[in-house]
Structures are given as structure tokens and as C-alpha cells.
Design a protein around this ligand. Structure first.
Ligand code: G3P
Ligand code: CA
Length: 236
């Protein structure tokens, strides 16, 4: 099935990486969710894109300076719109508990170094191996995760690649390659598919890029406005 993944939830319409954004993404027709994983000072993996708190919460400074108890006090919705006041940061365990057993594809991006072990632990605890893919821009992080777990599906986020990298990805059994939509070509998608990769585009900033990715033949994409993709896929 084509992967229509709400990027940080339906982040065009609701505060990214909050429950409001994830539930709205599903309501808009996404069949999966993308999110970003970081770790608190006391070792709790939670959902946050930036390595600082200012943009998407009412906190300040680096997230690694705070315990999970302190981070849970923050408002993660007001910055987006007053109607979302009171949205909280979410732990990875809560996300796994709420969405892991639904028929949803989950794309989990490692944003901090050193979280691989805890991420592998939660993926196993909630049995996410069949519907989740752990992704990173950092090949070494993926290799580390593969050493920790033979079965977790892995995806590499790439701006560019070469034959050597593709070979190393295959050796590590990274099954998904995620090219930047802005530079994507049909030839690249064909080549990656011939090499055996599932191809999922990211940075799909507007509808023109969405249509471009569809024309190139990708297997899915992360998108901030999943209803547009849902409409395009269903001929509406
Ligand atoms: O789908 C991958 C994409 O989320 C990577 O970029 O900056 O949105 O985390 P970013
Ligand atoms: Ca991401």
C-alpha cells in the first residue's frame, strides 16, 4: 500500500509531533505517521524535532538539559495557535502504545545520538517491527541499531548517494531509502527500486512536489498535508 505518512503529524494544520497533529493526520487520510525521537537528560526518549525547545514549546534551551518530568510541564501547542494550548510533549512509549497497534505505518527518525538502544527496546516492547521503520540521516546510527537488533526495519534519509553507499546500506539491511523530493528524478527511483530499496520521499513542501514524486513512482512520502495526497491517490 502506498505510504501516506503525516509528517510530524498533520503539521500544516496542528502543532507538530503532538497528539492533536497525529490524530488529525489520521483523520485527513494518512495511513502512517512520521515523528522525531530525542532523549531527555534522564534518558526518556520523546518526540521533538529541534534540539532546542524555543520553536515548538514555551520552554527554552536544549532539551538535554531537562528531565522528562520537567519537559512534560511544557506547553507544546500554544506556539502554533491558542486553540492548541495545553498540548504536551509525548514520550516514545506513549506514541508506541497509542499508535503501534493500529494499522498504521510508523516512520521513526533518530534525531539524537546515543538513543539507539532505548529505541530498539521500545520497538521490541510494543512489537513495532511489522509496521515501523527506524530512519536516520546518519548511517552509523542505523548500523548501530542493526547490531542491536537483526529485525527492525531501517530507512536511510539521503540527500545524495553513490554506489558504495548503496552497497553499505544493503550490507546493513537498510530496506528503505528516502530521497529529498526536491532533487528526485524518475531515473533515481527506478535505480533504487532495481537495487531492491523501498523508496519514500521527504521534504514534499507543496502539491507540485507531491505530484512530481507520484510521477517518479515512489512507494510513499512524508507530507504535512496528507489530505491532498489522499485525494490524489483516490482520484478525487
Ligand atoms: O521524513 C524525513 C524528514 O522528516 C526528515 O527531515 O527535518 O523534517 O526531520 P525533518
Ligand atoms: Ca523527521
Amino acid at each position: 500500500m502506498f505510504m501516506n505518512l503525516a509528517h510530524r503529524g498533520a503539521s500544516q494544520y496542528a502543532p507538530e509531533n503532538t497528539l492533536a497533529a497525529f490524530y488529525y493526520g489520521i483523520q485527513l487520510g494518512a495511513n502512517g505517521l512520521e515523528t522525531d525521537l530525542r532523549i531527555s537528560r534522564d534518558g526518556v526518549v520523546f518526540l521533538l524535532h529541534d534540539d532546542r525547545l524555543e520553536r515548538t514549546t514555551n520552554g527554552s534551551g536544549r532539551h538535554t538539559d531537562y528531565t522528562w518530568a520537567e519537559l512534560q510541564e511544557l506547553d507544546a501547542g500554544s506556539w502554533f495557535a491558542p486553540a492548541y494550548a495545553g498540548e504536551r510533549l509525548i514520550s516514545f512509549e506513549t506514541f508506541a502504545h497509542l499508535f503501534g497497534r493500529k494499522p498504521l505505518k510508523l516512520a521513526l527518525e533518530l534525531k539524537d545520538d546515543g538513543i539507539e538502544e532505548e529505541v530498539a527496546h521500545v520497538v521490541r516492547k510494543y512489537e513495532l517491527q511489522s509496521n515501523a521503520v527506524v530512519t536516520s540521516f546518519d548511517f552509523d546510527s542505523l548500523r548501530q541499531l542493526r547490531r542491536l537488533d537483526e529485525h527492525i526495519p531501517l530507512g536511510y534519509l539521503a540527500n545524495q548517494w553513490d554506489a558504495d553507499l548503496l552497497e553499505r546500506l544493503k550490507e546493513t539491511r537498510v530496506g528503505q531509502l528516502c530521497p529529498n523530493a526536491e532533487t528526485l528524478t524518475k531515473e533515481q527511483v527506478n535505480l533504487l527500486k532495481r537495487e531492491g530499496f523501498e523508496v519514500r520521499a521527504w521534504k514534499v513542501k507543496d502539491e507540485a512536489l507531491m505530484r512530481h514524486c507520484l510521477q517518479c513512482g515512489v512507494d510513499g512520502m512524508t507530507i504535512n498535508f496528507p489530505e491532498k495526497l489522499h485525494e490524489a491517490l483516490n482520484g478525487e
